[in-house]
Design a protein around this ligand. Structure first.
Ligand code: ARG
Length: 254
């Protein structure tokens, strides 16, 4: 019996020891690939602005980027558990999140948009409890809806499935980052969008474990990519327009 227990302990130890995901030449990025143009599936592959950015960063650091797709709401937990090295999910550095992780510099700023069916009225999120809106679980948009809207809210784990809910009229709108709204409308010509808010906490950055030395390294590469114009090229490639500048004081974009 004792021998059995020893063997069990030994095998658990060996298994633990075999967890070589901490191989030094790989950076594991945890993402939620339902958020075009940041990260999404195209022909079975995860692609997007942040995927290119992560690859460029890993490459510059002499490492290989590996991507783990998971629900957005699980990413910070996976980071805390050490299952991933970097949260890469168009994540906004909020004060609340900063209590649990460290963020790199921000490399994009967004607005809050609502996507709705073309031909329907723009859903009156703030004023009416007669409309239902979908937002992604654990996002700043979910928080914004909770705090500011009378509309009924459905929190959904996957943005792609919220598009289905909209098409089948289970909801009247989806609240997402503005540039994602642009991408969703491009993919689905029956949809339109408009800006509903510009938040103070609206940047996009990568999240790492507190005190991770990788933060400074990634920041240095981000500076390099910005100065060399590569960051701007990637934004151009993926259609990451500056919506904060272009929408302030203007009629909402359709
Ligand atoms: N920017 C928002 C936030 O940080 C939403 C991000 C959702 N990201 C995603 N890949 N689905 O809360």
């Amino acid at each position: 019996m004792n021998l059995l227990r020893c063997l069990l302990v030994l095998s658990l130890f060996l298994l633990g020891g075999c967890d070589n995901r901490k191989s030094d030449d790989v950076i594991i990025f945890g993402t939620s690939a339902d958020y075009p143009p940041f990260e999404f599936y195209q022909d079975g592959q995860v692609v997007g602005f942040e995927i290119d950015l992560a690859n460029a960063i890993a490459n510059d650091l002499g490492k290989r980027a590996e991507f783990k797709d998971m629900p957005f709401s699980s990413i910070l937990l996976a980071l805390a558990k050490g299952q991933i090295d970097v949260a890469l999910a168009s994540m906004t550095p909020t004060k609340e999140r900063e209590e649990h992780c460290a963020f790199t510099k921000t490399y994009y700023r967004s607005v809050v948009g609502v996507v709705y069916k073309k031909g329907s009225a723009v859903p009156d999120l703030k004023g009416s409890d007669d409309v239902t809106v979908a937002c992604q679980l654990g996002t700043v948009q979910e928080d914004w809806v909770k705090r500011n809207c009378r509309a009924k809210r459905i929190s959904i784990d996957n943005v792609a499935s919220s598009v289905e809910h909209l098409k089948t009229k289970h909801v009247d709108g989806i609240v997402v980052d503005g540039i994602v709204a642009v991408a969703l409308c491009k993919e689905n010509p029956a949809l339109a969008w408009t800006v509903v808010a510009t938040l103070d906490e609206s940047g996009t950055a990568m999240g790492l474990k507190n005190k991770s030395r990788l933060v400074e390294k990634i920041d240095a590469v981000l500076d390099k990519l910005e100065n060399s114009g590569v960051l701007a090229q990637l934004k151009e490639k993926w259609g990451l327009k500056d919506l904060v500048q272009s929408t302030e004081g203007e009629e909402p974009a359709k």
